[in-house]
Design a protein around this ligand. Structure first.
Ligand SMILES: [Fe+2]
Ligand SMILES: [Fe+2]
Length: 247
């Protein structure tokens, strides 16, 4: 019987994991939807092999004490969007804290989880930044759906292309927006959306090092390295460092 595309993908994956010294089993969230999570995983021919419990050799190895910039360099996808947003924010004369918020606002999309990325991103950085910065990152995702003429922020054309003209944010998003609107840090968050460049110039190259000073002053880098410092979000950084760890 012919294999379905899912079976082919799983067979390819299986062959790939056979080439590694260790068996890699993807977390449910990576595959849920592509496969029905209720179905048992295909049997692994482990042949005495051990399961992945640390560094995945398919990825660049991170330093022992990884910094925020190490995650940008070794684990995050292309960062032109956040770099250009942070540069624009600086050009627009906002405070350094907001420049940092712009630099970090989409790191969850770049390195962790897309859906609810504002919330995940805020949680990642919360132990290391001012509360105002993580609050703004958490809510930017919601505010992006709501225009504010006072700040010259219109509903993004790109959202119409991406989600359709009739897309309506769900009730919990509407409620989160109403609450954010009343919050003392509304403006900080709104300024992330104002500087959130979605039509950026592919010819402009912004280096991470342009923000070394801002990060140095406003991001409390743990001395043990991100992931190894016992903070409430350390495990999330470890997961990005070792995304295929079995347990
Ligand atoms: Fe975002
Ligand atoms: Fe963004």
């Amino acid at each position: 019987m012919a294999m379905t595309s899912l079976e082919r993908a799983e067979a390819a994956e299986h062959a790939m994991s056979q080439e590694l010294d260790r068996i890699v089993v993807k977390s449910v969230i990576y595959t849920s939807g592509d496969r029905d999570p209720r179905q048992p995983l295909p049997p692994q021919q482990s042949q005495g092999k051990l399961y992945m419990m640390g560094h995945d050799p398919r990825l660049p190895r991170m330093p022992e004490k990884p910094t925020l910039f190490d995650f940008f360099k070794y684990r995050f996808g292309p960062s032109a969007h956040v770099l250009q947003s942070a540069r624009l924010a600086r050009k627009n004369g906002v405070s350094e804290k907001i420049v940092l918020a712009c630099l970090l606002h989409d790191i969850s999309v770049m390195g962790f989880i897309r859906g609810d990325h504002g919330y995940w991103g805020a949680q990642l950085v919360e132990p290391y930044v001012d509360e105002e910065v993580s609050w703004a990152i958490r809510h930017h995702q919601v505010l992006r759906f709501f225009a504010d003429e006072a700040y010259g922020y219109k509903y993004p054309d790109s959202y119409i292309r991406l989600f359709g003209a009739d897309y309506q944010p769900e009730p919990h998003i509407q409620e989160a927006y109403r609450r954010a609107r009343e919050h003392k840090w509304y403006e900080t968050c709104r300024l992330i959306t104002v500087n959130d460049l979605y039509a950026f110039d592919p010819n402009v190259k912004v280096e991470l090092e342009e923000f070394t000073d801002v990060v140095g002053r406003h991001f409390r880098q743990p001395k043990e390295g991100l992931g190894f410092d016992q903070s409430p979000s350390a495990h999330m950084w470890r997961t990005m460092n070792h995304p295929t760890k079995y347990l």
